[in-house]
Design a protein around this ligand. Structure first.
Ligand code: BGC
Length: 841
């Protein structure tokens, strides 16, 4: 305690003489004139403190090389045990998106605390590793404490950007920090400060804006809210360590490719993509996450210039750099198991989920011993890690279970916290169209509420919600939350109107007005990458719903759930009013606060959200504020308020130049593609897979990483069972059959293969087809990925009716088998090259 007090007093005195304290005297000055001209020396508010540095020196004097390297290893809870923590003493650990204590999606706050406590106690237990340095737990609390059932879930960042209110953002961060602290967790991997230049990127919604202005200011506000102000309550009992991510340029990759290449000039890298680091570091952020992306072909995890020369030396960052999910393994010459390059470039903490942590740990030790990595680099990394731990008071704070907020479960999703989220929802909505001032709606009317998103808290919350992708959730997974429909119903019931909820737009008696809630299904990271911005390409079911209602003579209000602006000209034309609601999170009631009038017809809460992303005029348009030839459909900063005249035409261009070639039908790529679900069948029971580890009778599945995160599934059969990708409605796949397609999948066997492994395709009722692929599997090398492709004609021959396919792929066996699958698709014109063909049968 006394130690912490002294620290904050000293930091305060340093804050007065900012520059003198910010500069690290011991670091070599590798900054060239060019670097200095672009990147500023920052005035960091948490200065180096002589007492802390001395304490680190003392601690390190007693540390072995193995103990030091262990500080740099960050494994994941699905791949280590408490006993591993006791034995190795990892400096930190994480839970990835959708990873919970005991693999239990419904883990209680008490379960979270119990794991935090057990890991902490194991880390300070020196009986095996001789180390008493406390570990720290990092989590992706990116829109509230989103892995925990019942937490307050805020709008995703794109909606917060539209609110453009740094004071509100600081509040949100403060609430998030408190809910995280209730579960005994020390550290969050937020904020994301990507400046998103291409909305085809699947992580667009994690960014606040396409423009650096908002991102710069928000980074400072959120870091302050999470950590406390540097000169006041810094990393106090209700605060968590923050991470500004992903350094740098993640939002500016060519084509909006996730983990792709950014080719901005160095000046643009600074003035567009790095502004969140300027804001965040100046507010005292203690960690920075390296990005998966490259800059001019160089993976950031291995880029010494950016990580060390720019970030640490020039900008003066003295916290630590954490890697992203096996990001080091993507550096040329590296694997997840073995990567000296990242440490040499300046990475301080390796995020190494999966079993790779163990070989990586031993390899790093060996690389220091054989001189490949200088001990001074390890010492620098460990000094940075310990510095942050000391600043956060981890050596003095009681153990996770005994901290002031621990176990105060009433704070998780408390009314006070939800009120902040509800206000954020209100402020994030952007009104794009409002013909005849139809909004706000009089709540005394008869209102039909329809569309897939109407009563769907999972859909309105998007990715990074309980599960990584945000899929597989139902309203019961959000106790205390509200759907958009629930909010509307509440307002209408109170005013004496009536609502009818319908999934398909049908109604029992004709409504005065219809509210249609529709939009994107949840996704995260690369799984959300798009080729172009057309909404529902080739499958405009929501447009059909809007038009049906219009044809019935009903006014239509569209509430559009999305993680980015999309080309929706036809849907805009078919709507009398149109609101971009983004991904509002658990407080759907905040939407009704704005779109519904008071009982007397007057405005309840006005719109104030403004587009922080330009809205595209065409499906191909990549358009950003300050572009030379700037012609979006709706500009950055657009957003109607009540009383404003609606300016959008009702006859926007609806034609899209499309190529007619049949695209691959992707069934599984990174994740199972909607509308398909992964089902496990065994012992007469069927279970849909909703989490990363699951078992049904004789078959267990878990996700794992083939090339990128969670892009593969491993199935372990112990006896008779079947796994399938199925949908509730049959698909007409005759065009694929006619196009000479093949079913193509990546397969890896682990161990022996029984004599019958049936690859199937099932249609309605009793028409199913299956082929034995055991001979092909048996001929494959063990533990080696290979492609299997089957001419669709083979299934047709077995009786598949392609006009009504429910299950485009299934796999069944009766004996033990371990098989991994990835990337499953129907590929047009691939039958000729299929590894299993039926010609001549
Ligand atoms: C994401 C990070 C996240 C990490 C841990 C990565 O895939 O890129 O944003 O913090 O996983 O879950």
């Amino acid at each position: 305690m006394t130690f912490r007090l002294k620290l904050s007093l000293l930091s305060l005195s340093c804050a007065v003489i900012l520059t003198a304290c910010a500069k690290a005297p011991t670091e070599p000055d590798t900054v060239t004139d060019k670097t200095a001209a672009i990147w500023p020396e920052l005035q960091l508010p948490v200065a180096k403190d002589a007492a802390v540095e001395q304490k680190i020196t003392d601690l390190m004097a007693g540390m072995t090389l193995a103990q030091k390297v262990a500080q740099m290893i960050q494994p994941e809870i699905r791949d280590i045990t408490v006993e591993d923590m006791r034995k190795y003493g990892f400096g930190s650990f994480l839970n990835g998106g959708g990873a919970f204590p005991n693999d239990n999606k419904h883990a209680t706050p008490a379960d979270w605390i119990a794991l935090a406590e057990a890991m902490y106690q194991a880390s300070v237990d020196d009986s095996l590793d001789g180390s008493r340095i406390p570990t720290m737990w990092g989590t992706d609390a990116v829109h509230g404490h989103n892995n925990v059932i019942g937490a307050t879930l805020f709008p995703h960042n794109i909606g917060l950007g539209a609110a453009n209110n740094p004071a509100l953002i600081e509040q949100i961060a403060k609430v998030t920090a408190r809910e995280v602290m209730v579960t005994g967790i020390d550290w969050v991997f937020a904020p994301t400060v990507a400046v998103v230049r291409d909305d085809r990127w699947g992580r667009t919604y994690e960014g606040y804006s396409e423009d650096p202005d908002i991102v710069h200011d928000y980074a400072a506000a959120i870091v302050t809210g999470l950590q406390g102000a540097a000169d006041k309550d810094f990393l106090g009992d209700e605060r968590v360590i923050s991470t500004v991510k992903h350094f740098v340029g993640d939002g500016g990759t060519v084509g909006g490719d996730d983990q792709g290449d950014n080719i901005a000039s160095e000046q643009e890298l600074f003035s567009i993509h790095a502004q969140g680091y300027v804001g965040g570091l100046q507010a005292g952020a203690q960690s920075v996450m390296a990005s998966f992306n490259s800059w001019h072909g160089s993976k950031i995890h291995g880029d010494k210039y950016l990580l060390t020369d720019v970030l640490k030396t020039r900008m003066g960052f003295d916290g630590f750099v954490v890697g992203d999910w096996n990001g080091h393994g993507q550096i040329p010459g590296c694997t997840n198991d073995n990567c000296a390059q990242a440490a040499l470039a300046g990475l301080d903490v390796y995020m190494v989920p999966t079993a790779a942590w163990k070989p990586l740990y031993y390899n790093l030790i060996a690389q220091v011993e054989n001189g490949a990595i200088p001990l001074s680099r390890i010492d620098d990394a460990v000094r940075r890690i310990l510095r942050v731990k000391l600043r956060a008071g981890l050596f003095d704070k009681p153990s996770p279970a005994k901290r002031p907020l621990s176990g105060k479960t009433e704070l998780i999703g408390s009314a006070e916290h939800r009120a902040v989220a509800r206000e954020a929802v209100q402020q994030s909505l952007v009104l794009l169209k409002n013909n005849d001032a139809i909004l706000p709606l009089n709540p005394k009317q008869r209102i039909l509420v329809t569309g897939e998103g109407a009563d769907n808290i999972g859909m309105q919350s998007g990715g990074w919600t309980i599960s990584w992708q945000g899929t597989g959730n139902t309203n019961s997974d959000f106790p205390g939350g509200s759907s958009i429909y629930a909010g509307i119903k509440q307002a209408v019931d109170a005013a004496g109107g009536s609502t009818e909820l319908s999934s398909d737009g049908s109604y029992s008696s004709k409504p005065d007005v219809a509210i249609v809630v529709f939009g994107e299904q949840p996704y995260a990271e690369g799984n959300g990458d798009l080729d172009n911005l057309e909404y529902q390409r080739g499958n405009k079911t929501d447009l059909a719903l809007l038009r049906k209602l219009k044809a019935d003579g009903i006014k239509v209000v569209s509430l559009f759930i999305s993680g980015r602006p999309l080309w929706v000209n036809p849907e805009l034309n078919a709507s009398d009013a149109f609101v971009a609601v983004w991904l509002p999170g658990s407080e759907g009631v905040g939407v009704a606060d704005v779109v519904m009038a008071k009982a007397d017809g007057s405005v309840n809460v006005d719109f104030r959200g403004k587009l922080s992303f330009s809205w595209p005029a065409t499906v191909q348009q990549i358009v950003n504020r300050h572009d030379a030839d700037y012609q979006p459909l709706l500009p950055y900063g657009f957003g109607l308020r009540y009383g404003d005249k609606s300016t959008l035409s009702n006859a926007l261009e609806e034609q899209v130049a499309t190529d007619t070639a049949l695209d691959d039908l992707v069934l599984f790529e990174l994740a199972v593609k909607a509308p398909y679900q992964l089902l496990l069948h065994s012992g007469g029971e069927t279970q849909a897979v909703v989490s990363s580890v699951q078992q049904q009778g004789n078959v267990a599945v878990r996700t794992f990483d083939k090339v990128v995160q969670e892009d593969a599934r491993r199935f372990a059969f112990s006896g008779e069972a079947k796994v399938a990708l199925s949908s509730a409605f049959p698909a007409d796949l005759r065009s694929y059959q006619e196009a000479g397609s093949a079913l193509v999948l990546q397969v890896k066997r682990s161990g022996t293969v029984p004599d019958s492994v049936m690859l199937g395709m099932d249609c309605a009722q009793s028409c199913s087809s299956a082929l034995n692929i055991a001979p092909q599997l048996q001929a494959m090398a063990d533990e080696t990925w290979q492609t299997i492709s089957v001419d669709l004609a083979c299934f047709a021959r077995q009786g598949a009716d392609f006009s009504q396919i429910f299950t485009p792929v299934s796999l069944a066996t009766t004996a033990p088998l371990v098989l991994s699958l990835a990337d499953i698709r129907l590929k047009p014109a691939a039958a000729g090259d299929a590894t299993i063909s039926c010609n001549g049968d």
